[in-house]
Design a protein around this ligand. Sequence first.
Ligand SMILES: [Zn+2]
Length: 93
Amino acid sequence: MQVYRHAVRHAWMMLLAVVVAFLLIAVVDQYYGHSTLAFAAAIALLIGANARILQFTCPKCGKNLFFRGLFVVPWPNKVCGKCKTDLSSEPHL
Ligand SMILES: [Zn+2]
């Protein structure tokens, strides 16, 4: 599958992870009161879910799809920002 489609799926998974993390904090807050542990668990979940972000790189130049210059954005580039490869039509990976 193309790296862009992998990256888009990862972006959706991250969105889901953020929703789950917020729900976790909200539910724990509702039933057990304010909990630092719930925050820690939510942050660990987000970091764990986002660890794969480094795998989504341009097959030609190795630039990460989620990086725009110095910034990290939640949605991947369809066209590589460095070498202009159309990542949505790349047949391998
Ligand atoms: Zn590239």
